[in-house]
Design a protein around this ligand. Sequence first.
Ligand code: C5P
Length: 427
Amino acid sequence: MTGDSTAQAPRILLVVGGGIAAYKACELVRLIRKGGASVTCVVTEGGQQFVTPMTLAALSENPVYTTLWDLRNEAEMGHIQLSREADLVVVCPASADLLAKMAAGLADDLATTLILATDKPVMAVPAMNVRMWQHAATQRNVAWLRESGVEVLEPDEGPMACGEYGPGRLPEPEAIWAAVTARLGADRASHPLSGQPDFDTAPDHRPLYGRHVLVTAGPTHEPIDPVRYIANRSSGKQGFAIAAAAAEAGARVTLVAGPVALETPHGVDRIDVESAREMAEAVDGALPADVAIMVAAVADWRTRDVAGQKMKKARSGLPELVLAENPDILAGLAAGEARPGLLIGFAAETENVVDNAKAKRERKGADWIVANDVSGERQDSVMGGDHNLAHIVTAAGVETLDRMPKTELARALMARVAQHLEPDDTE
Ligand code: C5P
């Protein structure tokens, strides 16, 4: 795979089904081209009664495919390949018959074979008589298709070619194109390489290329009232350095940052949060990830109640802060269904650093714990400082690294992460 694969124009495979609405597929092809995407059309036999392959070929400026039994065509472009070359398969119009075949998993012509064989997202744009649309069989098929991941658009309501009125009309091509771009946008955003600039993909230079690394960093602020909060001294520097090193190593990086005054590292997607609960939610939303590195100093407690107005001094006595426990993001990830393949926690300890880290690794279900000593004088340099002295505690043992700048520790950690992930590629 080359680095510019994400910069390519989106490719759409348009399956044109039978029905009077098929003429609108021509307008859709025009809009797709105008929108900067490329489109290859496949027309069912029914579709060919309404639009000719010639029209679609002229509009799409691409060959149009009509039959499974075109051997020459099969040799040049197998149906499996055709179904997978696209970024999105759009079935438009999707007749009741085509939807039924899709739901049943039938593959008796080129269109249905492609739809069954594709590993790409499929969108269906229904168009049919109102009674056909409302029929229990169609509704069951649509519900089943949606459940299995096909995006079935709602048909428009209005007067129909058959003289009846109601839902079943093909949505206007502009609306279909809007749905297509939304879908392409969502899929591209979730692509592990999206947003990355072109770069050298050589494994030595970009060992985390294609991986999604999720990092938390900084403190959390737990509000007491609109102006006060509970916080800690974490600067976020170590977490930001790790996010930067992961991006440098070629990963797509999501950095969930508590309130810190740091610049976003180059090539990193940053989500700013305030409280532990917001951080937990952002982490959840950023999954799946290949690697999660929880560096944030998450407040263990928050105030149970947050005052709506600034609390006032009162003669009657001191206000009482009742605390409640915050979610443990690391432990939650470890126990969750979308557990990243490699889960790394940090531990700031003031005594028995390594033993406490070993116990923490087990207790939280992390794969590795990076422990640092923040006791005594060292505290000044670790918390908020630019240097760190870390022990990497894994199931295999403990590696104690030299005292080094946080940026270097970040690179050293990423090198170990890359090394750890390597065997996966050869499996
Ligand atoms: O238990 P302790 O706070 O020392 O554990 C530290 C590790 O657990 C760090 O990786 C930190 O980011 C993570 N953690 C968390 N959610 C919490 C508390 C800690 O993810 N509520």
